[in-house]
Write a protein that binds this ligand. Structure first.
Ligand code: CP
Length: 305
């Protein structure tokens, strides 16, 4: 039994095995010949925070592989957590019914707490501002598919880098590849945490912090836009100060490399103008599609298949 709690649990070889499996899943989906390897399994999806992509792609992944799904889509309001049941008791109960548990929660560390009490594999579908490992892996898959490589890339993360769990999951994967350079573009209130920067320095990773998107646009091979995470702010005034910090508009594309890609974990609010969607560099919908294949691969991984 394997949990998926953080991308830090994966070596480069582990991640590449999952990417290879995802590629196989993509091929099987495209030819309509998906092996029903999970046909006797039940997957529970319990979400304490809203989701479109993660929950529905995990459910689709399970169904495509022949599993059945039980789902609590508003667990904060509609599960017994509302009455005060603990995460650990929830883990014990879900382990009685399902063969694997996919959980999103607003508290950092919630997935680890669930896994510590579950007797079935747990997949972290996002725990507060901490991590979103399936997103990190689907982002890695997308970069590999779009650029054909994972090394010697300039990757610019833009927006709310303090609260972005997608950054927290993708970065530990990307730093395993040589020659990558990272730009962190954010308002000063939303900088990458100092301890994360110290960790990068200790590992010899090359990074540059900036508050100026224009200086980064011509350099980026991957422009990774992020939403300012309103739900992580303590008050509306602080959010209002930074909510529209960086908006990518069509004229910005002129400054970018012709083979750059624009990524966004979505949902977008005011970070990427819709007029950009038709440009071939806009990769965010392809990125979301890749989530299905990577989540199929991850379900197989947790079952040891
Ligand atoms: N990227 C992502 O996690 O999207 P959802 O919140 O819609 O699942």
């Amino acid at each position: 039994m394997s949990h998926v709690l953080t991308t830090k649990q994966f070596t480069k070889a582990d991640a590449e095995r999952i990417l290879a499996r995802a590629k196989d899943m993509e091929l099987q989906c495209s030819t309509g010949t998906v092996d029903k390897l999970l046909k006797d399994k039940i997957v529970a999806c319990i979400f304490f925070e809203p989701s479109t992509r993660t929950r529905l792609s995990f459910e689709t992944a399970a169904l495509r592989l022949g599993a059945q799904v039980i789902s609590a889509e508003d667990a904060a309001g509609n599960s017994s957590a509302y009455k005060g049941e603990t995460i650990k008791d929830t883990a014990r109960i879900l382990s009685c019914y399902a063969d694997a548990i996919v959980m999103r929660h607003y508290l950092p560390g919630a997935a680890e707490a669930l896994a510590s009490a579950a007797s079935k594999p747990v997949v972290n579908a996002g725990d507060g501002a901490h991590e979103h490992p399936s997103q990190g892996l689907l982002d890695l898959y997308t970069i590999k598919k779009e650029h054909g490589r994972l090394e010697n890339l300039t990757v610019a993360f833009v927006g709310d880098l303090k609260n972005s769990r997608t950054l927290h999951s993708l970065l530990p994967l990307m730093v395993q590849y040589p020659g990558n350079i990272f730009y962190f573009v954010s308002p000063k209130e939303l900088r990458v945490a100092p301890e994360q920067l110290a960790d990068l320095t200790a590992k010899g990773v090359k990074f540059i912090e900036s508050e100026n998107l224009d200086e980064v646009l011509p350099k980026a091979d991957v422009l990774y836009m992020t939403r300012v995470q309103k739900e992580r702010f303590e008050n509306e005034a602080d959010y209002d100060k930074v909510k529209d910090a960086f908006l990518l508009v069509k004229s910005d594309l002129d400054q970018m490399k012709p083979d750059a890609i624009i990524m966004h974990p979505l949902p977008r609010i005011n970070e990427v103008d819709h007029a950009i969607d038709t440009d071939k560099r806009a990769a965010y919908f392809r990125q979301a599609q890749n989530g299905l294949y990577v989540r199929m691969a991850l379900l197989l991984y947790v079952f040891g298949l």
